[in-house]
Design a protein around this ligand. Structure first.
Ligand code: TMP
Ligand code: ASP
Length: 236
């Protein structure tokens, strides 16, 4: 299929989304911008959009291989991919295997402490409110998603954790935590958005060094090297 890039439908912090000639399909264009803390920290990183486009394509392919439905269709250029047009559920599903980031702040437990079972959290996507943590009952009560959808999101999210965790582990990387977004596509619930070092915590198993956006959030340096390292390892 020759994909035609139509009108710009949406521009977010990391991607621009365009219509195509097919109503059920969109083009996602990955930008070189890096943001953190809801856009309070901003920078440009040359080629980052290309790296994330390719990393997300690879990792969505890995998920498909584990029988998990995703929006990914095909790569069409270094920074563009075709995806299915989902009706997004405005919830960030977070799954954690070890304490890090906001969970370390909330509990006072030191970063890196393993969690005996994966911990699942839901953040309501709302920039003005800074993506607040919501419990499942509130998401259902407010009509953001149904009880059945949340149950499905949990099952699929845990499957992603097993599948991606194993894949990264084989490549010398610990999957500390990650964020997913889901959307409705006809009668399916699919993984949308992206799976990249922007949305996952990846630690090198040999020295626990961070290979993700925490290098930018915490001003650790070598941000480009970390993203390239992830692209290299997921491509092999
Ligand atoms: P947190 O520890 O800051 O709550 O982040 C948990 C995971 O979710 C981490 O892998 C980074 C990812 N994440 C996003 O993808 N988008 C966000 O807006 C936030 C806050 C976290
Ligand atoms: N995704 C948010 C931002 O880009 C927050 C973060 O990842 O730290 O501002």
């Amino acid at each position: 299929m020759k994909w035609e890039k139509g009108e710009l439908l949406y521009e977010g912090k990391a991607k621009r989304v365009f219509a195509t000639q097919e109503p059920d399909y969109l083009i996602a264009e990955f930008k070189d911008s890096l943001t953190a803390f809801n856009g309070a920290m901003k920078a440009q990183l040359n080629h980052k959009g290309e790296w994330n486009n390719q990393i997300s394509a690879h990792l969505m392919g890995v998920l498909e291989g584990c029988g998990i439905g995703t929006h990914f269709v095909e790569l069409i250029s270094p920074r563009e991919q075709v995806v299915k047009r989902l009706e997004m559920i405005p919830v960030e599903f977070i799954c954690r295997n070890a304490v890090a980031g906001s969970l370390a702040k909330r509990t006072g437990i030191s970063e890196g402490t393993p969690l005996p079972t994966p911990v699942i959290e839901f953040n309501y996507k709302n920039d003005e409110m800074n993506d607040p943590l919501y419990v499942e009952d509130l998401i259902v009560a407010l009509g953001i998603a149904s009880r059945e959808e949340i149950a499905r999101i949990r099952t699929q999210g845990l499957k992603v954790n097993d599948c991606l965790g194993k894949f990264m582990d084989e490549r010398g990387i610990q999957l500390v935590d990650f964020k997913l977004e889901f959307g409705r596509f006809h009668d399916e619930l699919l993984v949308g958005d992206e799976v990249t070092p922007d949305t996952c915590r990846f630690w090198d198993k040999k020295d626990q060094s961070k290979l993700d956006k925490d290098r930018f959030r915490r001003k650790l340096g070598n941000v480009a090297e970390a993203y390239q390292q992830i692209l290299d390892r997921v491509s092999t």
